[in-house]
Design a protein around this ligand. Structure first.
Ligand SMILES: [Zn+2]
Length: 42
């Protein structure tokens, strides 16, 4: 996935969530190491 704000390729990963904010125990997330930002898909 390309981060549309900087055009960088984002690194796919997962964020663990034990508080039940999201459905399931982990959500997909994309990280831009250049911008140091994370986008979460839930
Ligand atoms: Zn970026």
């Amino acid at each position: 996935m390309i981060y549309k704000y900087c055009g960088n390729e984002m690194v796919k990963g997962y964020i663990q969530c034990r508080d039940g904010v999201f459905s399931g125990s982990a959500v997909e997330a994309y990280r831009c190491e250049k911008c140091r930002k994370i986008i979460i898909n839930y």
